[in-house]
Design a protein around this ligand. Structure first.
Ligand code: GLU
Length: 464
């Protein structure tokens, strides 16, 4: 854990009390970008001191999510709990120097004293003689503790506003702000990039660092994420965790791009910047002060852009992995015709299912489309297709495209009945390419089946 001169050392320090959420992913990404930008080091520190809520399963989920996002780290994962001996050592150092002291007072005593005097400094006179009691940090009576923040500027906290706060319990276990400060110092962290919900913890961490005689790191407190309604981001706004985004079919590269722009970047959240460009351009001091809005609709748009840029081979492999299928030529062809239409991986299967399964049973689509001249249009289409020897997008187009005019129908009055016949739905890739991928025998079979069904039960035609 050495810190060579000038090397940037950042850390991502999640508490494993749940899955990795988008806000946490952004903090991880910003730390990763800062490290990669400066050829520095990223440490992954698992802040597992909340023994009731920290689980191995959550640690596993966070690590999976980071790996899936392709955010790698250089040191760790280190467990904060496993660093208890280092915390104890630091505590003893402070007790020895007198920067901290044991306090025999009970919580109730302190409360009563505070109510009367405004702070609890008076208990300094009643330090525990027998070595029991909580350990408190001796906070200077005057002056300010100043957080010099790359995003928020200088934030001043009068020392008088703090108690001699507890840094370790009577049983020797240390408290959160103490552990964080000791770990940051021991790990040689030079820049702390984290959510600005931690800004109020920072003066306490600075006081601990000062008492230990360590230079403080630089801080960059990143504004929290909100939903489009202005409320703090939560499940109500859709997929909130990285796992949910993965299951919803977003690509890691698109998530990195979109999430990076939440609070940072050229000023809008629709700029396509690949990961190299993000690494080249990211600087934590350029992150804005106001809260950023996570809008899943915009992520979806951006994801579609990334999907369309993939080579067919990579796109197909990505879809195959998402669907748990093997790559073969049928899937490749189906993927090819879906690529322009799908914005997420989850949207691909509904578009291509008709290639692998019988048409969906969508009664609403059937009733809406299969009326009036649908039967006649299908008869004409069937006739035209049955004459084709070669069944490609081009040959299909050549014979189907003239039909609307010939029958004096709008194109949709011909194409939608074809679509419902072969897919069961009103949404599919282009109709010529869909027919071509399905192939001649199955296309004719499905059109025949649709015509037979129309004949057997002519649909109600309320608006005819
Ligand atoms: N463990 C804290 C959290 O998950 C982060 C602490 C820090 O970055 O200093 O919110």
């Amino acid at each position: 854990m050495s810190n060579s001169e000038n090397e940037l050392r950042v850390r991502f320090a999640p508490s494993p009390t749940g899955a990795l959420h988008i806000g946490g992913a952004r903090t991880a990404l910003y730390n990763w970008l800062a490290a990669r930008h400066s050829f520095g080091k990223l440490v992954l520190r698992i802040e597992d001191t909340d023994l009731d809520r920290s689980t191995a399963e959550n640690v596993g989920q966070i690590i999976d999510a980071l790996e899936w996002l392709e955010l790698d780290w250089d040191e760790g994962p280190l467990s904060q709990v496993a660093r208890a001996p280092e915390h104890t050592k630091a505590l003893e150092k402070l007790l020895e120097s007198g920067a901290a002291y044991r306090d025999a007072a009970t919580a109730d005593d302190v409360k009563a004293y505070k109510a009367e005097h405004g702070n609890d400094r008076g208990y300094r006179g009643e330090q525990s003689a027998d070595g029991s009691g909580a350990v408190r940090l001796r906070v200077p009576d005057d002056g300010d503790t100043v957080v010099k923040d790359l995003i928020h500027g200088e934030v001043r906290f009068p020392n008088r506003s703090f108690d001699d706060f507890v840094i370790a319990r009577g049983d020797g276990s240390v408290l959160y702000n103490f552990a964080v400060a000791v770990d940051d110092a021991d790990m040689g962290i030079t820049e702390v990039i984290r959510g600005d919900d931690h800004l109020s913890n920072t003066p306490k961490q600075l006081l601990v660092l000062e008492a230990l005689g360590h230079e403080p790191p630089r801080y960059a407190h990143v504004p929290l994420l909100h939903g489009p309604d202005g409320k703090k981001l939560s499940k109500r706004h859709g997929a909130a965790s990285v796992q949910e985004l993965r299951d919803a079919g977003y690509l890691p590269a698109a998530i990195r791009n979109y999430v990076a722009l939440l609070g940072w970047g050229p000023g809008d959240d629709e700029t396509l910047l690949d990961t190299n460009e993000l690494v080249n351009r990211f600087r934590p001091e350029d992150v804005g002060k106001s809260s950023a809005v996570f809008d899943e609709k915009k992520l979806r748009w951006m994801n579609g852009r990334y999907m369309r840029e993939l080579d067919l081979e990579i796109y197909t492999a990505t879809v195959a992995r998402f669907l748990g299928r093997d790559v073969d030529s049928e899937l490749t062809e189906a993927c090819r015709i879906s690529q322009e239409k799908a914005s997420t991986l989850a949207e691909v299967w509904p578009l291509i299912r008709f290639v692998f399964e019988e048409p969906a049973e969508d009664e609403k689509a059937w009733r809406k489309i299969m009326k009036n001249d649908a039967g006649a249009a299908l008869a004409e289409v069937r006739e035209a297709l049955s004459g084709l020897d070669e069944f490609t997008t081009e040959t299909v187009e050549a014979v189907v495209e003239p039909i609307p005019e010939r029958l004096d129908l709008k194109p949709g009055k011909v194409y939608q009945p074809i679509r419902v016949s072969i897919t069961g739905t009103t949404v599919s890739p282009g109709i010529f390419e869909s027919l071509a991928v399905l192939g001649k025998p199955r296309s004719l079979e499905r059109i025949d089946a649709a015509m037979a069904r129309i004949e057997a039960a002519p649909p109600q035609t309320p608006d005819s």
